[in-house]
Design a binder for this molecule. Sequence first.
Ligand SMILES: CC(C)(COP(=O)(O)OP(=O)(O)OC[C@H]1O[C@@H](n2cnc3c(N)ncnc32)[C@H](O)[C@@H]1OP(=O)(O)O)[C@@H](O)C(=O)NCCC(=O)NCCS
Length: 227
Amino acid sequence: MAHDSTAFIRPVSLPRDRPALDHIFRVTCGESLKTEPSWTISSCHPYPLLSRSTCFVLDPGNGDGAVGYILSTPNTRQFAQDWTEKYVPSLDRKLLPQPDVNGSKAVDDKPTQLLQLLHGDPERALNFSYPGLVDKWPGHLHIDILPSHQGRGWGRKLIDTLMEALRAEGCKGVHLGMEAVGLGALKFYTKLGFSRYPEVLDGGVSGETGRTGGEGPVIYLVKDIPI
Ligand SMILES: CC(C)(COP(=O)(O)OP(=O)(O)OC[C@H]1O[C@@H](n2cnc3c(N)ncnc32)[C@H](O)[C@@H]1OP(=O)(O)O)[C@@H](O)C(=O)NCCC(=O)NCCS
């Protein structure tokens, strides 16, 4: 697989990478995340703050910052605790999204939604209720690459880089949730050794394991990390 000659993977660096992380998130996120509060307080914010050793960016090597990221934590339970105790108190209330936030879809009550996210139950948000998910695969990850750099092998390299970092942290397995639309990402993860979280989540309606039902279904994938 050919790689760009100048691009390279490096640890995330804040505050330098913040604008690029936001941009990548907004370009690549699914429709369900193009609503507040995700648009303003994008889900990529807490990871570099709380779990920097397992966060990396794809640097194009031309001074433009970053064109992709992989953001992860080796310990989802600790992450949830740090979210409540460190991340939420660190937020600037001026970030509260206003009704006309550029590019976002209208939602009924954005400040209320944001506050629900910030002060809500991170354990629920991070899927602690699914049997064994967080215990057997304690890490979780998000990966996104701008279209200009997709399909060139960088996703594979970012996953490989992360797996080494998670192994160094003593993490025995990692999970992720992806929107069950378009199967390109699913093919990517399958090639990289991920498999379906082996639990039926929608009462068997879809006939699939690892898939939630209802609106905005999500497919959960897992991967062991041999120490
Ligand atoms: C999904 C994503 C991270 C993959 O990264 P990438 O750099 O494009 O993928 P790579 O070039 O490293 O591909 C690695 C392997 O996966 C396969 N693959 C990648 N995308 C694929 C697709 N859409 N369909 C089928 N196979 C795919 C490649 O063919 C390659 O296989 P090979 O090594 O056997 O040749 C990237 O395309 C992306 O960010 N997409 C948009 C956002 C997104 O979907 N993020 C994931 C949300 S859960």
